[in-house]
Design a protein. Sequence first.
Lengths: 379, 387
Amino acid sequence: MTENLPRTARPLRVLAAMSGGVDSAVAAARAVEAGHDVTGVHLALSANPQSFRTGARGCCTIEDSRDARRAADVIGIPFYCWDLAERFREDVVEDFVAEYEAGRTPNPCLRCNEKIKFAALLDKALALGFDAVCTGHYATIVEKEDGTREMHRASDMAKDQSYVLGVLDEKQLAHALFPLGDTVTTKDEIRAEAERRGLAVAKKPDSHDICFIADGDTQGFLAKRLGKAEGDIVDGATGEKVGTHDGAYGFTIGQRKGLRIGHPAPDGKPRYVLDISPVNNTVTVGPVEALDVTALTAIRPRWCGSTPAPAGTYTYTAQLRAHGGETEVFAEVVDGELHVRFTEPVRGVAPGQAIVLYDGTRVVGSATIATTTRATAAV
Amino acid sequence: MAYLDHAATTPMLPEAAAAMTAQFAATGNASSLHAAGRRARRTVEEAREALAEALGGRPSEVVFTAGGTEADNLAVKGLYWSRRDADPARTRVLASPVEHHAVLDAVHWLAEHEGAEVEYLPVDHHGRVRPEAFREAVERNPDDIALATVMWANNEIGTVMPVRELAAVAREHGIPLHSDAVQAVGQLDVRFGDSGLAAMTVSGHKIGGPYGIGALLLGRDQTPVPVLHGGGQERHVRSGTLDVPAIAAFAVAAVLAAERRERFAAEVGALRDELIRAVLAAVPDAVLGGDPEDRLPANAHFSFPGCEGDSLLLLLDAQGIECSTGSACTAGVAQPSHVLLATGTDPQLARGTLRFSLGHTSTKEDVAAVAAAIGPAVARARTAGLS
């Protein structure tokens, strides 16, 4: 398994980001096994009062921090807790709220990778003399003969996390280690490996929620932050008001549940969120076909690894949301923006989410979806 | 390895370890009346006498506890309760703002739950409570004070408090003064009997004894309300079966600490002075924390502008130099030390602190290791900056 680590030619000084979960613990253990000089660090990120700084000092109160420390002790590496809560609040949490407020649907995990783990943390690690940051992400870094790097999907497509890492550039990739990336395995096997290594986190449940919304209630979190702002739900075809909502920010394009529309549509079919307009606080709904998107533009493209910005139009596959499927696209860079056409219409494309382009398994780049072109003129 | 964190805990003295292991082989509850119990009781009482003598107190003034934290809690809460029970007007608690958390959090708890009005005494920029300031706080209204608590010497920056002078002021008004002397024993001339204190906390593992054992030296006229209720051991102030092996070893360590104190203070003080010189030579803008003269002989504390203490800790740890940013409990998530903030240190500067604390195993080589490593470590930590 250790041959999967890139740059094994020499031992590196590695800072292993340890969340307290099983993946990052096994990743750190594998980095040690590969001969690297590993130091563990737990990032205190969450300002969630239930888990962080409950007491006067926020000292060792976090269960995750304790789990990470225990894992580090078992692996036999030094361990530190770094407080990046302020950076996290500024770069991830505030961005998350602002994006929803603007009617978009952000991906905070991607943002955290871009701004915290492979920026604030990596910068500090490099300054302190480390060569690389190691995480428990599932993605593969391929080092080519010319020394440049590519990122590929994890061998196990079901666990692949390249979508939330597609924002990493060459410099970031050059200092990243994903020891789990090439694992053709199941989560059970990772757990078994953790068990074999004596790591108590082997049985710890996976976390799926947004880490700074401990109870999983994103709507409640946003409502607390943004306040109640009642507005209209209108039918996209007729312009008729069909209901009210407590704040347009609480919706995502393609959403069906929770619309609370009193009477059914004339055709009796369910209605979906087609558009969110924060300016007039209106949510537009319509039939599922109206969600079909034929093209989109995306801003702030970042080219993964050493891939240069592609000139001309290329055919790639694209992933439009975490855990989403792949779809074939024609992509072109126009004036610094990414213009994408779909060979077949796709549904539920939400501005604010990332579009990640792939050439086979290779990550080409990532950009933030700004506008979409609908197949029908329902909105 | 250069272990320079003796203020967190210091290696057990071989004599103490021998005394402890000898007791492991024996059985007997010191409260039992049979022969095994009598043997245990004799061991405990001989230890109590030895410890009392080493600390300048009387055997009857020694209340064994499970460590410094418990002794602090017993003194602060117990004396608050008993003094308030005797006169409900007594709810004011005077405390220095640079106390260890075992005291600070206990008085904070009294404020939150028991109606205490906690008044933090002013300290100078070395973290010292001046007797005049203490007198002012006391004489504003001596009748509403439940107790006062001021540590003998600060665990982070090493400043020594004028405990005897403070105790004299408290005595004038019949107010009990408690002092946490955990860091002072073995380094300073700590004698409970002529200190004027009502209560004094000491701990085993800071002086070469075992963990999990400490004592509250408690004046015979003091009757704190117990924190732990039970079998009525230790003057009915602290219930619980006595830990005979730990008590025996603690007494051995205390006796040796007292015997060796002057020589220890001179030798370790010289090493410590050398360490301070070396650090200030390598990092000229480093700021020595605490009183430059009147400080614990084994303590050196610095603030390094533009660095995170955590970064320095990591860099030194990687080179086998073991020290601390402050007290161990705040080492989870980096926060500016309450001690430094109380002394008026700039909060940014207070983030870049290191405490080197020497002890009975310290050598010139330890100091040389710090002298060689500190300059490059600070330079590197500065590039990482204050995140």
